[in-house]
Design a binder for this molecule. Structure first.
Ligand code: EPZ
Length: 418
């Protein structure tokens, strides 16, 4: 088992090139199986979730080749239409393969993904939409057995702007018979990135990024090359680190337009931020203000994935901050660990009241999910003394070489094997 060891109290200062977005590259890799040819995906981050997606692609019959920063997917010989339960449980976001497999095979058998530490993660919206597109779905023995022949375009209204459900419908619709209109679609930038990739493969997707997406089914798609958008949550995580440690940081390869809610909160909390082209610069003003209230919402509202990193910042702010987690039902697992480091946080249902303290102290803490784990690293960087963080396999799912990036900016962090 590995751990991260952090000796706090050193400013995070320097330059980091931000990785490609995990939540964009996963649906794009799933979509690549519909090309029937080869695709090259550039700016592909090297993450545990990308490795797991690669295993699924190979199980379906793809040939993969990994370069530095890109991945080659040869999807000319898809010969399986099944994802086994263990793989689905290991990475529940693989449910977005369902739409793509149905589009290629006309049938699919995938394990039920089940929940994860942050919530039950139901897939009812995915299944309701696919049934509207003519898919017969049987749920038995922990598997979804699906038959559809050729998918049919439909008017799909999502009861909630689910990112995954929007993506699954997009993948099912691009080669369906007729037109599909998705209303109340998710508007996250990762949806727009997926649409751009699909259109480069020859699809006809319009309106991505708005709450109404119109997809005209086409007969065939083809291979293409594509460069994945930057990871907006990883970017905000590093910016918070600079603020928490009194440093200054230049981020390369970012899209500030994707991070408006977070940048507004960072400015309110005392960050001096400059954005130009694909760079973002942040400098601490030496004082961290509390934030009145942060409510997580679907994009362009405040992103749930940035909630725990921002809570680490609020833990050492001057004053009291309130967080309301509206997206997932169990996304405060990092609170107990932050309290172990001296934070003063009270959770009441979906709300957490954070009273800033002068200092955090190093402790032995555990990551229970990806973004909560990142929050612990941030707290450890600002704390007095040594912190050991276990459960870092969660952090490796979404942060590429986090200890390398941070130590290059002065942070005393290393990975140890225990
Ligand atoms: C995506 O998850 C992201 N994952 C999540 O990032 C992110 O937090 C989330 O979107 C919200 O932005 C990937 O893109 C791989 P949802 P997803 O469907 O698609 C409910 C990270 O840390 N819901 O928008 O699963 C659901 O329970 C991860 O990078 C249903 O009720 O999110 C949740 O409360 C964590 N029924 C809400 O919608 C459904 O059928 C949002 O879920 C689907 C979802």
């Amino acid at each position: 088992m590995n751990k991260l060891v952090v000796e706090g109290g050193v400013p995070l200062s320097g330059e980091i090139t931000v990785q490609g977005a995990k939540n964009a590259v996963l649906p794009i890799l799933a979509a690549s199986i519909m090309s029937g040819e080869s695709c090259v995906i550039h700016n592909c981050p090297w993450l545990r979730d990308v490795e797991k997606t690669g295993i699924i692609l190979e199980r379906l019959g793809c040939n993969l080749k990994r370069g530095t920063g890109e991945i080659y997917v040869d999807a000319s010989d898809i010969n399986k239409c099944r994802i086994d339960e263990r793989l689905m449980r290991e990475m529940r976001s693989s449910i977005i393969f369902l739409g793509a497999i149905l589009s290629v095979c006309g049938r699919a058998e995938v394990g039920l993904p089940g929940g994860c530490p942050i919530g039950l993660r139901p897939v009812d919206l995915h299944l309701k939409a696919l049934r509207q597109m003519g898919v017969l779905i049987e749920e038995q023995h922990g598997y979804l057995r699906c038959e559809c022949g050729r998918l049919k375009g439909a008017n799909i209204h999502l009861d909630f702007p689910s990112v995954g459900a929007t993506e699954n419908v997009m993948l099912a619709a691009v080669k369906a018979e007729g037109t599909t209109i998705i209303t109340n679609a998710a508007r996250e930038p990762e949806i727009t990135d997926l649409a751009r990739f699909l259109n480069k493969m020859g699809a006809k997707v319009n309106g991505a990024g708005s709450s109404m997406i119109v997809i005209d089914g086409v007969e065939k798609l083809h291979g293409t090359e594509y460069s994945v958008m930057p990871d907006r949550i990883v970017a905000q995580t590093y910016m918070i680190g600079a603020l928490m440690t009194g440093g200054e940081l230049l981020l390369n390869g970012v899209e500030c337009a994707h991070m408006q809610a977070g940048l507004s909160a960072l400015t309110e909390m005392g960050g001096r931020i400059k954005c130009e082209k694909n760079k973002a610069y942040i400098k601490s003003t030496g004082h961290i203000n509390s934030v009145h209230i942060i409510k997580t919402m679907p994009y362009p509202g405040f992103p749930t994935d940035a909630q725990s990193p921002f809570m680490a910042l609020a833990a050492i702010a001057d004053g009291t901050s309130v967080f309301v987690e509206n997206i997932f039902e169990n996304r405060f697992r990092h609170v107990d660990e932050l309290v172990r480091m001296g934070a003063d946080i009270k959770v009441e249902g979906r709300s957490a009241v954070v009273r800033g303290v002068k200092k955090l102290y190093g402790a032995n803490v555990e990551a229970y999910e990806l973004r909560g784990g990142a929050a612990l690293i941030l707290a450890a960087m600002a704390a007095d003394g040594r912190t050991e963080i276990s459960g870092i396999e969660f952090i490796d799912r979404g942060y590429e070489n986090i200890e390398g990036n941070l130590s290059r900016c002065g942070v005393r962090i290393r990975r140890i094997r225990v």
